[in-house]
Ligand binder design. Structure first.
Ligand code: ACM
Length: 557
C-alpha cells in the first residue's frame, strides 16, 4: 500500500501512521458520540461513495465509525481522524470539521473512491493512522463568473463537490454583470426574459475582437435551482456567497429595468463584448429600494451570511452628468461622486445588515470610503490596497489578480487556448503567502483568507473551466488551508496522487507538462494571443488603487 498519508492535499497539520488496517464492510455502522446527533447523517451522506448500508447504532461495536463533536478541542473547522483496526473515530469541532475528516479519509483510500461508482467487490481498506487538522484561514474560496458565460446548474454542483474535495469553504457566484443576469426574479420576470441572454458574443481577444460569433448565449438559475445549489453546498460545508455587482457592471440589469439607470430615458442592452462600461445604476433611494427587493428575493431562496455587492470598476461620468444625482449628492453633504459611490454601497450594506447578512465588496468600495466596519473587502488590485484595508480595520480576503485570477493563462506557451493575459503559473499560486511577512501582525490578523477567481470572458464552457481551474486550485487550497506558501507542485508523489484523484473524479485539468492536443487553442477563434502581460496589469492596477480617496480610508461607525 502506498503511503497515502504523505499525499494528502491540503497537507494536514499532523499525520502519523499506526499499525494495522480498518476495513469498511456491509456490517460497518455509524454511531453518534457526544454532541454529534445531527452529524451522523451528514457523515453517512459523505461516505455514500462506499455504497454500503452504514446503519446507525446506539453504541459502538466492532468496526463502527464513531462521530463526536467537540468544538473546544478542535476549533470550528478542525477535526481528528483516528483509524484503528476495530474502530474509526471522527472527533470534529463542527459538522464542517466532520465533513473534512471524511474528505481526508477518502483521500486515504484508493483513487476509485473519487469515482461515481466503484466496481463490485472493491475492498475499502484503510491503513490505520491519526490525523489532527484545522485550517489556518476562515475564507478559502473560489469565484465562478456565471454571467459572462453561463454555467449550467449541474456544473455548479460539480464544482461544489470539487471545492469540498479540497476543503475549500466558499463558492462566490458572480451572478450578474454587463453580459448577463442569471437570477430568476418572481417580482421582475423581465430580468430573465430580457437580461439573461445576448444575441451573440465577441470573438477573439477583447482588446481587438474580430466580430461576433452569430450565436445567442444565455441561461439563468430558477429560484428552485438557487435553493438547490445552496442546500447542496451546505451539505458539503461550502457557503455560497452570491454577488449582485452594483452600481457598475449593470448593463444587463438595466436592459430589463432601464428606469434604474443614471441616464434619464436611457436605453441599455446586454453587452456582447468585454470591458468596463459607463452604465451605472442610479444611487437614488428608489433604486436602492429595488436592489434591496432583489436581494431580499435572492436571500429567500439562497440564504447566506454573506452577500457580495461588487462596487468595482465604476466610471462615475453618468452620475456627474445627471443634475438630479448631483443634487442628491449635495443633499447628503458628500464632497464628490466617489463618496456617493461609497454611500450607495453602505446604504445597501445597512439593509443587508438588517437581515443579518454581511456585505462583501471589491476593493474600489473601500477606496471610495464610508463602508460599514463589518464589510469584508476583496482586494483584487494588489497587496497595497489589501494592506490599507486591513490596516483600516476591515476584514480582507486576498484576491490579487496575480496570482489568484485563474482565468489568466497558466503559461505563455502559444499552444494555450485564448485567455485574457498572464501568465499565472501553478508555481505562482503555490508561492502565495496568505499573510505576507511585509504586512504587520495587526494587518495580517485582518486577512481572513484567500480566493481564486474564474472570470469567464474566456471560459465559454465547463471543459475549459476545468483546464483553467485545475491544478491551480489545488495549490490555492493548500495555501488557504495551511496559511503558508505550498511546495506541493515540487512534490512529484503528492502531485501524482492528487492528479489521479482528479482523473478519477473526471476533471479535465491542465497537465503539468503540455496541454493535451485537444486542449490547445489551435489557429481559430480560440488561438493564443498574448493579451495583457501580467507585469503591465499589476502596474496599472497599482496606479488605480493609489488614486483612492485618502479621506475615505477609515471605517465609519
Ligand atoms: C474585478 O476584477 N473587476 C473585480
Amino acid at each position: 500500500m502506498t503511503d497515502r498519508l504523505a499525499t494528502l492535499l491540503p497537507r494536514p497539520r499532523s499525520a502519523r501512521g499506526l499499525t494495522g488496517t480498518f476495513t469498511f464492510t456491509e456490517r460497518t455502522s455509524i454511531v453518534a458520540g457526544p454532541g454529534a446527533d445531527g452529524s451522523t447523517d451528514l457523515v453517512r451522506r459523505a461516505l455514500s461513495f462506499l455504497r454500503l448500508p452504514l446503519p446507525q447504532r446506539g453504541t459502538p461495536e466492532l468496526g463502527s465509525v464513531v462521530v463526536t463533536l467537540d468544538p473546544a478541542a478542535h476549533g470550528p473547522e478542525g477535526y481528528q481522524l483516528l483509524v484503528r483496526p476495530d474502530r474509526l473515530d471522527i472527533v470534529a469541532g463542527s459538522t464542517a470539521g466532520a465533513t473534512y475528516a471524511v474528505s481526508t479519509l477518502r483521500q486515504l483510500l484508493p483513487e476509485v473512491a473519487w469515482r461515481a461508482a466503484a466496481a463490485r467487490g472493491t475492498v475499502w481498506e484503510l491503513a490505520c493512522c491519526e490525523v489532527t487538522d484545522a485550517p489556518a484561514t476562515d475564507w478559502r474560496g473560489v469565484m465562478l463568473d456565471v454571467s459572462r458565460h453561463f454555467l449550467p446548474k449541474r456544473e455548479v454542483l460539480r464544482m461544489i463537490d470539487l471545492l469540498a474535495m479540497h476543503k475549500l469553504n466558499r463558492l462566490h457566484l458572480h451572478l450578474a454583470d454587463d453580459q448577463g443576469w442569471r437570477i430568476e426574479s418572481a417580482r421582475y420576470p423581465q430580468l430573465t426574459e430580457l437580461a439573461s441572454h445576448r444575441p451573440h458574443t465577441a470573438l477573439g481577444h477583447g482588446a481587438e475582437h474580430s466580430g461576433h460569433d452569430g450565436t445567442p448565449h444565455g441561461g439563468y438559475y430558477t429560484r428552485a435551482d438557487l435553493a438547490e445549489i445552496g442546500a447542496y453546498a451546505q451539505e458539503r460545508a461550502v457557503t455560497v456567497v452570491p454577488e449582485l455587482d452594483v452600481p457598475g457592471h449593470a448593463s444587463a440589469l438595466l436592459a430589463a429595468l432601464p428606469e434604474l439607470g443614471s441616464v434619464p430615458g436611457g436605453k441599455y442592452e446586454v453587452q456582447t463584448t468585454w470591458g468596463v462600461f459607463p452604465n451605472l445604476l442610479s444611487p437614488l433611494p428608489a433604486v436602492e429600494q429595488v436592489v434591496d427587493e432583489l436581494l431580499g428575493e435572492l436571500l429567500e431562496v439562497l440564504p447566506s451570511p454573506f452577500v457580495h455587492l461588487g462596487g468595482d470598476e465604476c466610471p462615475l461620468g453618468q452620475w456627474e452628468d445627471n443634475p438630479e444625482i448631483q443634487a442628491y449628492r449635495e443633499s447628503r453633504g458628500l464632497p464628490n461622486m466617489a463618496a456617493l459611490h461609497g454611500d450607495f454601497l453602505r446604504r445597501l450594506a445597512d439593509r443587508l445588515a438588517g437581515r443579518g447578512v454581511r456585505a462583501v465588496f471589491w476593493d474600489e468600495a473601500f477606496g471610495s470610503g464610508g463602508l460599514r466596519p463589518d464589510s469584508i473587502v476583496m482586494a483584487w488590485r494588489g497587496d497595497e490596497v489589501a494592506r490599507k484595508a486591513a490596516a483600516a480595520g476591515f476584514q480582507v480576503v486576498r484576491t490579487p489578480v496575480f496570482p489568484t485570477y485563474l482565468d489568466y493563462y497558466s503559461d505563455d506557451d502559444p499552444r494555450e487556448p485564448l485567455a485574457i493575459g498572464g501568465p499565472v503559473r501553478l508555481a505562482d499560486v503555490a508561492a502565495l503567502d496568505p499573510r505576507p511577512a511585509a504586512f504587520t501582525e495587526a494587518e495580517n490578523a485582518n486577512v481572513i483568507g484567500v480566493q481564486a477567481q474564474l472570470w469567464s470572458e474566456y471560459l465559454p464552457h465547463a471543459r475549459l473551466l476545468d483546464y483553467r481551474a485545475f491544478p491551480r486550485v489545488c495549490a490555492l487550497a493548500e495555501v488557504a488551508w495551511t496559511g503558508a506558501p505550498s511546495t506541493w507542485p515540487e512534490e512529484p508523489e503528492r502531485v501524482r496522487a492528487q492528479l489521479s484523484r482528479l482523473d478519477a473524479a473526471g476533471v479535465e485539468y491542465r497537465p503539468l507538462g503540455d496541454p493535451k492536443p485537444w486542449q490547445r487553442g489551435g489557429t481559430g477563434a480560440r488561438a493564443f494571443r498574448s493579451g495583457y502581460p501580467m507585469a503591465e496589469v499589476t502596474r496599472a492596477l497599482d496606479e488605480l488603487a493609489a488614486e483612492d480617496n485618502p479621506e475615505g480610508l477609515q471605517p465609519s461607525s
